[in-house]
Ligand binder design. Structure first.
Ligand code: PLP
Length: 360
């Protein structure tokens, strides 16, 4: 490391993001550590990518025109209000780099997604964590934490890793307490999995207000995490800013082809959603039956409380020795918990059996 060349001070406050583990010394690996869909990508997405490989010497469509048109139609919104990114992470990064500078703050709820704080710091800003109530974002506490320095309030809805979500009414109430100068970012990475009628990803709210952004991803329900594809639905002025900041070819042609095909494969999405709901309910029931506390989840994962950090860590190691990878939660302030992604029926049957075997 060169000691004489210094980056911005806030960069040194960042603990680099540690993703879910993908390796263990076991014959078969069951990866339940990164909230990836259990069925792989849609076969149609695979075919679409295979069909474009001979064209990969060509630059991609920098405007993602076809993909934005398809997203606009699907979500009943304007294509001009959509900005695509290399994962929704990139949209979060664009927002931080555009609206957060030295001395500025972003707010996020205490057990919220870690990337908000990381990007805020890379932009020179400070990330303020706001306490939650019963592992759920607290709208009054969030609104009270706003100061003249606050630029963005990030809310994962549903939240990773807690699985909780705010209803449409709660989102509207939170927004009404915010000054016009604060952008409310609703990160709806898990929206596809939620079927509760009181939930909204928030697209209707973006159309009504100048300071709400919704981010979406192809990494979870669509099974395209490795392709890096996400998007933001923004008010016109914010879309204009993000289009200035983003690289001219920030989304690869393979990602665009995969996304378009995945979006058209209704059957695959339906299957993923139905499986997730059934298998999540089954897994929760089984683990509760074994005496564990399992937090309600609207996503494709469960946050399981093992009672103490030691018990959680020992269970994680035991699972890992058998090739089953789940996520540690220390970085999210929940060291007594593990986050377990919903895999296939067979994978979850195995994972549940190993957990029961260990804790008995
Ligand atoms: C997985 C996840 C994302 C998705 O990130 P991508 O960059 O689109 O892969 C965004 N937000 C939350 C809360 C997530 O859990």
């Amino acid at each position: 490391m060169s000691a004489s060349i210094k980056a911005k001070d806030t960069i040194y406050d960042i603990s680099p993001y540690v993703g879910g583990e993908s390796k263990a010394d076991a014959g078969r690996i069951i990866k339940l550590s990164s909230n990836e869909g259990p069925f792989g990508p849609s076969p149609k997405a695979i075919e679409a990518v295979q069909n474009m490989t001979a064209q990969m010497h060509r630059y991609p469509d920098g405007g993602c025109v076809e993909l934005r048109a398809a997203l606009a139609e699907r979500n009943n919104i304007k294509a001009d209000h959509i900005v695509c990114g290399a994962g929704s992470d990139e949209i979060i990064s664009f927002l931080c780099h555009s609206y957060v500078g030295e001395g500025d703050h972003i707010l996020y709820s205490a057990h919220g997604f870690l990337m908000y704080a990381i990007y805020a710091k890379t932009a020179g800003g400070t990330a303020i964590s706001v306490p939650e109530k019963n592992l759920k974002a607290d709208i009054d506490a969030l609104a009270k934490a706003v100061t003249t320095k606050t630029k963005i309030l990030f809310l994962a809805n549903p939240n990773n890793p807690t699985g909780s979500y705010l209803t449409r009414d709660e989102i509207v109430a939170l927004h009404s307490k915010l000054p016009q100068s604060v952008i409310l970012v609703l990160d709806a990475a898990y929206a596809e999995y939620v079927d509760d009628p009181d939930y909204t990803a928030g697209h209707d709210l973006v159309e009504k207000h100048d300071n709400i952004v919704v981010t979406r991803t192809f990494s979870k329900a669509y099974g395209l995490g490795g392709m890096r594809l996400g998007w933001g639905h923004c008010p016109e002025a914010i879309a204009d800013v993000l289009n200035r900041v983003r690289g001219p070819f920030n989304v690869s042609s393979a990602a665009q082809a995969a996304g378009l095909a995945a979006l058209a494969d209704e059957e695959f999405l339906q299957k993923s959603m139905t499986h997730n709901k059934n298998c999540r309910d089954w897994t929760k029931f089984q683990l509760e039956g074994a005496g564990l506390t399992v937090h309600p989840s609207a996503g494709n994962f469960l946050l399981v409380d093992f009672g103490s950090p030691d018990k959680a860590e020992n269970t994680r190691q035991y699972l890992k020795n058998q090739g089953i990878l789940v996520r540690q939660m220390g970085a999210y302030g929940l060291p007594e918990c593990l986050r377990i992604t919903i895999g296939t029926d067979e994978e979850m049957t195995l994972a549940v059996a190993v957990i029961k075997d260990y804790i008995k």
